[in-house]
Design a protein around this ligand. Structure first.
Ligand code: SAM
Length: 280
């Protein structure tokens, strides 16, 4: 039973964080001429109407993308992501928010291949409509975790597996650790990016330990927290683990995350993290 619907959360602080980093990963992959492949295991709708009643109900995007999309002082590294959002809102009013598939396709070259998995039948139908006629893009109404077996390794031998699970099941952290191991075993040189919500410190320590014991190569851990540790309204922040990150991402990400934290934490609570979980 799928209870999670991303329409409630589109454009929130976690989306800004994950999509800003996704854009850097794709730009790094495009530095070489050779085409690459991206698997988005949990794709969502592709494009979100922020005037939808579910978005209006939570208003989460107001404390996320609405705070930064028109800022003129954003760092250069954030521009591709902000431009992808602006491209959906050319009349100057923020109404549409692009999800990971839409941001990816915008930054990918015509020859790069994108596979999108979305288990929710209705959301997958919307995703198909958003990508009608898109070249080198396939959409699959299937479990994203099992898609790792179906799609990896890709014929291109270069690429990104993006795992953005909905965390509506008790064992989701264990499942993403297993899937990360599996993705690496099948495609050792590929980059794997895994988004996660920040939960109780003990759960986060257990997650970090199990990744460190998973036999992974160099792995970066990035986090953006905008609320204090005892925050209970919704998640206080989120993180991304990146296996085989592109060269220089750690140096690039630090100022980017610091800028986002300044912009998205008006009370100056929480902070950022940019550390090697598994070092070089
Ligand atoms: N990646 C999207 C983005 O950044 O725009 C957001 C994805 S949202 C966090 C998670 C999505 O995964 C939801 O749309 C949910 O329906 C879908 N989902 C849940 N379990 C799934 C599974 N096992 N396989 C594929 N999709 C799943």
């Amino acid at each position: 039973m799928l209870s999670y619907r991303h329409q409630f959360h589109a454009g929130n602080v976690s989306d800004v964080f994950k999509h800003a980093l996704l854009s850097r990963l794709l730009i790094a992959l495009a530095r070489k001429d050779k085409p690459y492949f991206m698997l988005d295991t949990h794709a969502g709708l592709g494009l979100y109407d922020l005037e939808h009643p579910w978005s209006q109900k939570t208003d989460e995007w107001q404390s996320g993308i609405a705070r930064i999309w028109e800022r003129t002082d954003a760092p250069e590294a954030l521009q591709p992501y902000l431009n992808a959002v602006r491209a959906e809102n050319t009349d100057g009013r923020l109404r549409h928010y692009p999800g990971s598939p839409r941001i990816a396709r915008k930054l990918m070259r015509p020859t790069d291949r994108l596979a999108l998995c979305e288990l929710n039948k209705d959301d997958c139908a919307t995703l198909k409509a958003v990508f009608a006629n898109a070249r080198h893009t396939t959409i699959h109404n299937q479990d994203g975790f099992s898609a790792i077996r179906a799609f990896l390794p890709p014929q291109e031998r270069r690429g990104l597996t993006f795992i953005d699970a909905s965390f509506d099941q008790a064992d989701e952290f264990a499942r993403i650790v297993r899937s990360t191991k599996e993705a690496h075993a099948r495609f050792a040189t590929g980059t794997i990016a895994v988004w996660y919500p920040l939960m109780a410190p003990s759960a986060m320590q257990a997650f970090a330990r199990s990744l460190q014991g998973a036999g992974l190569p160099k792995t970066l851990q990035l986090e953006l927290t905008v609320h204090p540790d005892d925050w209970t309204e919704h998640i206080r922040g989120s993180g991304m683990v990146i296996v085989n990150p592109p060269f220089g991402l750690n140096k690039e990400a630090r100022p980017l995350l610091d800028w986002l934290w300044q912009a998205l934490s008006p009370q100056k609570e929480g902070g950022t993290r940019c550390d090697w979980l598994v070092s070089e």
